[in-house]
Design a protein around this ligand. Sequence first.
Ligand code: FES
Length: 109
Amino acid sequence: MSSDPLFRSLERPTDTVVIQFDGVALQVPATLSLAAALIAAGIRQTRTTPVSSAPRTAFCMMGVCFDCLVEIEGVSRQACQVMVYPGLEVRSHHAGNHHAGNIEERSDD
Ligand code: FES
């Protein structure tokens, strides 16, 4: 899987933080949502669908599609609704490796 960023920021970020995604340290702009930061870092898959295990990542960036689901501290979260912070540890989201938390996943496939 390519890790070339899909998007480039018009401005160079001045402040960055280090987060972990599936055990890999990523230095990302401090002012972005987690979904935007992962895209900027070249991450192109953050979850798989429960039925076919198809790859998904952020799509709507506004809390509607749920394609950005990730696991943070064992809880399913929408990456577009979480701001990055130093030391944030994130795991990709796969059916069966998480607790639903307060989010119900929409059907897919
Ligand atoms: S990108 Fe659609 S809900 Fe997060």
